[in-house]
Design a binder for this molecule. Structure first.
Ligand code: SIN
Length: 282
């Protein structure tokens, strides 16, 4: 069956049809998917049924597996590279990272080399009275950059922001060892996408705690203005999950946020992997 790419109609996102991810993709099919991924920032496949081994194999077609610190506690038993994102509790214990990503962010922006992308595979999705809950929103950072006034583009050109692991308020408390493992880093506010060459805004509330060369007050005002601009509705695609969805996002082209509008007994269970690029220029 031929691969079909169906755009969401939002600033990012495309559904890929005609692909069974439980089978090994030939090089041609993978190249088409990789191109769609670079172009659309978020791609998803419906009705997939894959094992953790297949998920890891797919992940490593995109880039080297990148371990997430939250996987140390909530990795899938036997597959530590697969992080469980879930609100489910078993015998009084949380089986996964709860309320993960409830604020706008780009994954692991607090590391010197943030990952190229992230895969989320939906195993269980909360539904109440026929309404699906627990959507994930994605904001197009290239569209947000393009829409900036020229004066703002000039103001931020060449500037770097400080990213601090301890800056974000998380539902899962972080430890001193994690804080020590991730000292603050700097990244350009405007990133050039390594594959498309598009300029993408890379700044967010919480994780960004300063801008090099600006005093605290000026930096905070600029961070807030840019962060709020990026997530304006016209730049956002909101994904409504179905069990069996496998979705891949690009951590340069989009920021994302998980909508926490459900709680037990409604269950949500996702498998997440993260991959680096061979060499990701920031
Ligand atoms: C995340 O930020 O990785 C979690 C996204 C989600 O669970 O929808």
């Amino acid at each position: 069956m031929a691969i079909e790419i169906v755009l969401t109609g939002a600033a990012v996102g495309a559904e890929i049809r005609g692909v069974d991810l439980s089978q090994t993709l030939d090089d041609r099919a993978f190249a088409a998917i990789d191109r769609a991924y670079n172009e659309h920032g978020v791609i998803f496949f419906r009705r997939q049924s894959i094992t953790p081994d297949r998920l890891l194999a797919l992940t490593q077609r995109f880039g080297d597996l990148q371990f997430n610190t939250f996987g140390e506690k909530h990795g899938l038993a036997g597959w530590p590279g697969v992080v469980l994102i879930s609100n489910v509790e078993e015998e009084g214990r949380e089986i996964g990272v709860k309320r993960a990503g409830e604020r706008w962010h780009s994954d692991m922006c607090y590391t010197p080399k943030p990952p190229r992308g992230t895969i989320l595979y939906a195993r269980e999705v909360p539904v109440q009275d026929g309404l699906t809950l627990g959507d994930t929103c994605f904001a197009a950072t290239h569209a947000a950059y393009d829409a900036l006034p020229d004066a703002m583009k000039r103001r931020i050109a060449g500037r770097k922001a400080v990213f601090d692991f301890a800056g974000r308020v998380r539902a899962t408390p972080i430890t001193q060892a994690q804080i020590d493992a991730f000292p603050p880093v700097t990244h350009p506010i405007v990133r050039t996408h390594p594959y498309t060459g598009r300029k993408c805004l890379y700044v967010m509330r919480d994780d960004c705690t300063g801008i090099i060369g600006l005093d605290k007050g000026e930096a905070n005002a600029l961070i807030e203005a840019l962060a709020d601009h990026i997530v304006r509705p016209e730049f956002v695609y909101r994904h409504r999950w179905q069990p069996g969805d496998l979705l891949i996002w690009d951590n340069c082209t989009v920021q994302h946020k998980a909508i926490q509008d459900y709680s037990l007994p409604l269950r949500r269970l996702m498998h997440r992997t993260t991959f680096a690029a061979a060499a990701v220029p920031l």
